[in-house]
Design a protein around this ligand. Structure first.
Ligand code: UDX
Ligand code: ADP
Length: 456
């Protein structure tokens, strides 16, 4: 039986290991974390991560071949393969602050592995890392004085939140990078064996270590770039009378462009896109490529601009003041079907509205607890479990996350509950603007001509 251990029980490690345990009954999978509260939650009925389908996978395997534990030394000792899935946030201090990845958690993990390992191990990088991190990892691991040998393998995770279980069950590709040596190839093959339990061979792609590390950064950068591209054009649409959904859908019909990931909105959030692009920018600067760095940095700049532009539009539409006005924020998660709010554009929108002295009523079906943390210390924010509670007496309603359930709300009832004139600022182009206008709202989408009852 192969003993698989994952260090880091977060959004990536937790679901990924649950699916590996589900598919590989001949493996024993243990997920460890220094955060005992997180581990307790993984062992409870209320998992620390919300993902459609996750509960079922965890509940049917937990205690059989899937274990969540804080006993890191025991897990390392027993492991054949160690996945490292700790957080690698953007550095907030010192050299490279604001761009480079903070690798302290990774290095601490490597040091724990050295301390507790009693035999050779395969160490798999699952966290997204700068290119050539494997080299540093190898140097820390091989500084051991007991002659232990480690093979470093890169196996980046491409799952998206909200569809993690589906993505893990049916990946477009599994990427495994290793050293170009016989031992390196053997380690890659051993990791590929895990995925061969359910992933077709032609979807398991092997490369050298550095290509694998870089591919993860580039995949996220290319996806984010599409979002920024379409968002930049949404600004032009608002000036010219073009409609961004029409433009994107027709452009996307060209099979070379493709239809997906062209939805204009408030901007991308999530733990990966911004962090990975800034990481790429830092790498380019480090390697003396300032033009390339500036190119990718503009993707983040357009993203920040989109939220600022949105609030600017709100302000000018609401007669240049929102001071003391009540505004409902429907949705706070960075995308639908997740409770995750990391880098959610809703945070920037709320903060800017609060700077304008608005009073906010925030509702999200899954992300209220995280929203409370993100806006901790802010006055004039009320968190509402019930969307109808959130809209009572407000001047405007903002759609910040494209939750499907928001489409099914009773907007006539909402209109009746709101101050008049009633505004909808649909930051995700989720609602049928014509229908909302018919009810009586003044409707502002992204990259669309506003539908208002005001005389021009
Ligand atoms: C992303 C990558 O998709 C995934 O492969 C990688 O492993 C991790 O990063 P994730 O951040 O979970 O996944 O979500 P994703 O669906 O990519 O959405 C990211 C952000 O972009 C969200 O805020 C979403 O609202 C926004 N987005 C996405 C758009 O604004 N428009 C789109 O067309 C697509
Ligand atoms: P991701 O989205 O990449 O999964 P998360 O922040 O959700 O990131 O999860 C990373 C997890 O790694 C956290 O639960 C954190 O406590 C854990 N972690 C960080 N450093 C260590 C370490 N040295 N040993 C064990 N777990 C760690």
């Amino acid at each position: 039986m192969t003993n698989i251990v994952c260090i880091g029980a977060g959004y990536v490690g937790g679901p990924t290991m649950a699916v590996i345990a589900d598919k590989c009954k001949d493996c024993r999978v243990t997920v460890v974390d220094i955060n005992s509260k997180r581990i307790d939650a993984w062992n409870s009925d209320s998992l620390p991560v919300y993902e459609p389908g996750l509960d079922e996978v965890v509940f049917r395997n937990r205690g059989k071949n899937l274990f969540y534990s804080t006993d890191i030394p025991a897990a390392i000792k027993a492991a054949d393969i160690i996945f490292v899935s700790v957080n690698t946030p953007t550095k907030t201090f010192g050299s490279g602050a604001g761009k480079a990845a903070d690798l302290q958690f990774l290095e601490k993990t490597a040091r724990s592995i050295v301390e507790y390992a009693e035999g050779d191990k395969i160490v798999v990088e699952k966290s997204t890392l700068p290119v050539r991190t494997a080299q540093a990892l190898s140097q820390v691991l091989h500084a051991n004085t007991r002659g232990l040998k480690f093979q470093i393998v890169s196996n980046p995770e491409f799952l998206a939140e909200g569809t993690a279980i589906e993505d893990l069950n049916h990946p477009d590709r599994v990427l495994i990078g290793g050293m170009d040596t016989p031992e390196g190839h053997a380690a890659v093959d051993k990791v590929a064996d895990i995925y061969r339990h359910w992933v077709p061979e032609d979807r398991i792609i092997t490369t050298n270590l550095w290509s694998s590390e870089l591919t993860k950064l580039v995949s996220n950068a290319l996806l984010a770039q599409r979002v920024s591209s379409v968002n930049s054009i949404s600004a032009l649409c608002e000036k010219t009378g073009a409609d961004i959904d029409q433009v994107a859908s027709v452009a996307g019909r060209d099979s070379r462009i493709g239809a997906r990931f062209l939805k204009a909105g408030l901007g991308f959030g999530g733990s990966c896109f911004k962090k990975d692009i800034l990481n790429l920018v830092y790498l380019c600067e480090h390697y003396g490529l300032p033009e390339v760095a500036a190119y990718w940095e503009s993707v983040v700049k357009i993203n920040d601009y989109q939220a600022t532009r949105f609030v600017g539009n709100m302000l000018s539409s609401m007669f240049n003041t929102v001071a003391d006005k009540k505004i409902a924020i429907l949705g706070f998660a960075f995308k639908s079907d997740t409770g995750d709010t990391r880098e959610s554009p809703a945070i920037a929108v709320c903060r800017q509205l609060l700077d304008e002295h608005a009073r906010l009523y925030v509702h999200d079906p899954k992300a209220l607890e995280n929203a409370k943390l993100d806006l901790a210390g802010c006055e004039n924010v009320t968190f509402c479990e019930d969307p109808y509670e959130a809209v009572k007496g407000v001047h405007a309603l903002v759609i910040a996350t494209a939750w499907n359930s928001f489409k099914d709300l009773d907007y006539k009832r909402i209109y009746d509950l709101m101050e008049k004139p009633a505004f909808i600022f649909d930051g995700r182009n989720l609602l049928d603007a014509e229908e909302m206008y018919e009810i009586g709202f003044n409707v502002y989408g992204i990259g669309k001509e506003p539908k208002t009852r005001f005389r021009k």
